[in-house]
Design a protein around this ligand. Sequence first.
Ligand SMILES: Nc1ncnc2c1ncn2[C@@H]1O[C@H](COP(=O)(O)OP(=O)(O)O)[C@@H](O)[C@H]1O
Ligand SMILES: [Mg+2]
Length: 248
Amino acid sequence: MLKLENVSMTVNNSNGSRREIIRDINIDFEPGKLYAITGPNGGGKTTLAKVIMGIYQHSTGNIYLNGEDISQLGVTERARCGIAYAFQQPPRFKGLNVSDLIKIASPGIDGLGLRKKLRDVGLCPEDYLDRDMGPGLSGGEAKRIEIAQVLSRDSIISIFDEPEAGVDLWTVQRLIGLIVQKYQDNPESTAIIITHHENVLPICDEIIVLEEGLIKLRGSTEEIWPLIKNDVQCKMREQCRGEVCYEL
Ligand SMILES: Nc1ncnc2c1ncn2[C@@H]1O[C@H](COP(=O)(O)OP(=O)(O)O)[C@@H](O)[C@H]1O
Ligand SMILES: [Mg+2]
């Protein structure tokens, strides 16, 4: 469905040297599967997502969607082809309200549908439908609205960049349930979840570990999860110091 062939992305450093952020990535994402991309901070996960979405232009290699080379297409064209991306840090759109944003994603949606989309991500529709998408929203609120927007779209490839970041544990479980329900075993679509979460990784079909821009490990979850489990669990404990503290 979505095929990355020898994809690399290089940036210019301030001293004039060049740095490869993702290196020679080859992945064939199949329909009906849930992929997890994980790995240390700075490993290139967000960059890879932005390269797939066309926000960053890759330097070498090719990207194919259902056999068609989309390497030269921009963000809007890739969105039209059915690729959607929920940012790690969602951008704010001052002057646009929540209901407008969901309607852009799903033009035919009615009032009941709109309300359900917000309730699904744990937000009360009465409080949020008319809220401005500007900087007045907290990180967690913007994140949930963005996930609702991507879930409303009729995409064939949906990328969720750390959906757990800034969202409470109860909502994470709920969001993951929605993602699984929509994408797992759906022959029309694929979901890629960038995550470190110990509750999310084991329920994906495949895990890809990206480190220093390279694929360090990849395979079925049965195969990869036991190898990374201890690292992920330790990391979570280190971050929360035994307490689970989430920004709401
Ligand atoms: N536009 C950019 N220009 C220069 N360096 C970048 C750019 N985007 C990301 N990087 C660098 O590339 C590396 C990978 O970043 P990122 O993809 O955000 O990692 P991850 O999502 O895995 O934490 C980091 O060292 C980051 O500072
Ligand atoms: Mg990232």
